[in-house]
Design a protein around this ligand. Structure first.
Ligand code: SF4
Length: 369
């Protein structure tokens, strides 16, 4: 039987977590577990992309394992997270072993692997210890760097030492999202805090692993102008504890509280200009930051008023090469007055209303007076 939300809230509150009970209940309401038949022995997806986990740009394999999902779903969910759409409660150890074999057979000499599980690789309810051991047996030798993701509560010495993890090859990605506990609790519902992140990152680094920190750009109920300031402050706060920082602009995932607001045009994903300016500023200040936005230039992802493929390409290039010069040139040569006006208007309103979409839908409606 899954623990009840009330029990969890009691438990969390007793442990001193910052949790907004109302938001936690609202976020949970939108979780829809997928009961469709899915292939349990194959990962959700497997592809190649570029990243710089060894300090230079290189082709990197990425796998999303189908697991039983993030333990946080048993209690609630982060307001933007729709990864539960990919999980299955029918997954057993033998299915995970088959998925690992699938990946091991397709690495084809690639040296870097990123592993996503729609939750935490270090959560033994998702990836049991024998499976974790098997994973490192199958791929640990052939790759030089492996990125895994984990919530903070699973990053402790006994868990990291519980199996044969090649710690020096690992970078643990932690979803801090923001260093502001108020945003973590009242916008994201992460069920964590900045101090928990600091403790987890310190333990990970003491044991010889690297840390990548995820920051969520423009969570629910935060205007774009405020979100820009939040990312800047969070980068400064998290930087002593991490190897690099990934700025992840929100993309609207299905069956989430965030989607509920977006569908009503009460939330607009951030503008690509904001990511570009943030990235250029932070790189120029000497921070190791990257941004590889998902769903960019689309309505559900980071986008400007008009599609801008060149800007996206320059954001990716600056991230991979840690050189913002071409991105800066492009920003300087562009007219950003409209963008700045939108930011000011949005910041003066109680919600992040998407006026462009409202205007578009009214102009397309057949209503005549
Ligand atoms: S911790 Fe990660 S996987 Fe779990 S609900 Fe939050 S974003 Fe989703």
């Amino acid at each position: 039987m899954e623990p009840s939300l009330d029990k969890c809230l009691y438990f969390c509150t007793n442990k001193g977590d910052v949790l907004n009970r109302h938001l936690a209940i609202s976020a949970k309401k939108y979780i829809k577990f997928n009961h469709k038949e899915v292939e349990l022995n194959w990962p959700v997806s497997f592809w190649r992309e570029y990243d710089r986990l060894r300090g230079f740009p290189e082709e990197t394999a990425v796998v999303v394992f189908r697991t039983r999902g993030c333990s946080w779903y048993n209690f609630s969910s982060c307001t933007m997270c729709g990864y539960f759409n990919d999980i299955s409660r029918d997954i057993h150890e033998e299915n995970l072993i088959s998925q690992i074999d699938y990946v091991a057979e397709r690495l084809g000499g690639i040296q870097v692997l990123k592993v996503f599980t729609s939750g935490s690789f270090l959560d033994q309810r998702e990836i049991p210890l024998p499976v974790r051991d098997y994973f490192f047996e199958r791929v640990g030798e052939s790759v030089e760097k492996i990125l895994i993701e984990s919530r903070t509560e699973y990053i402790n010495k006994s868990n990291l030492m519980a199996s044969s993890i090649p710690l020096h090859k690992i970078r643990i990605a932690i979803g801090l999202e923001s260093s502001d506990d108020n945003i973590i609790a009242n916008s994201i519902n992460k069920g964590s805090t900045f101090s928990k992140y600091v403790r987890a990152a310190q333990v990970a680094r003491e044991l010889g692993t690297e840390v990548r920190t995820y920051l969520l750009f423009k969570p629910l109920f935060v205007s774009e102008a405020m979100a820009i300031e939040d990312v800047k402050r969070s980068v400064r706060d998290a930087y002593p504890y991490t190897s690099d920082i990934s700025i992840n602009p929100v993309n609207v995932q299905k069956n989430t509280l965030l989607e509920h607001f977006w569908r009503r045009m009460l939330y607009r994903p951030p503008r690509l200009w904001s990511v570009a300016i943030l990235l250029a500023d932070l790189l120029e200040e000497g921070y190791r930051v990257v941004s590889f936005p998902t769903g960019a230039n689309q309505l559900r992802g980071v986008h400007n008023e008009n599609e801008d493929k060149k800007l996206l390409q320059l954001i990716l290039k600056a991230s991979l090469e840690q050189d913002p010069s071409q991105l800066r040139e492009y920003i300087e040569s562009s007219d950003l007055s409209r963008y700045r006006t939108w930011l000011e208007i949005e910041n003066s309103l109680p919600m992040e209303t998407d006026y462009s979409r409202i205007v578009e839908s009214i102009s397309q409606s057949s209503l005549t007076i």
